[in-house]
Design a protein around this ligand. Structure first.
Ligand SMILES: [Zn+2]
Length: 75
């Protein structure tokens, strides 16, 4: 009797991870990072823009670090 492979990808359809994931868009911050299908990224729920990372979103957002109580720029 032949040995049965326990590798779940030895039979049946190809491992979908073998194929590169479909390009979705570039990061909305302008850093040039490509975003692919199934990447975990940041979505702005207001604009629906996708950002490669937290830093990308923060860079593009109209926010800044301030000293609470003074509103002075803390960066
Ligand atoms: Zn970016």
């Amino acid at each position: 009797m032949d040995r049965i492979s326990l590798d779940r990808f030895a039979h049946g359809p190809k491992d979908p991870q073998d194929a590169p994931n479909r390009f979705v868009c570039m990061c909305a911050c302008g850093c040039g990072m490509p975003i692919h299908e199934l990447d975990v990224v940041i979505e702005c729920q207001l604009t629906k823009d996708l950002y490669y990372s937290d830093d990308c979103f923060l860079r593009k957002s109209d926010i800044r670090h301030v000293w609470a109580g003074t509103r002075e720029d803390a960066t």
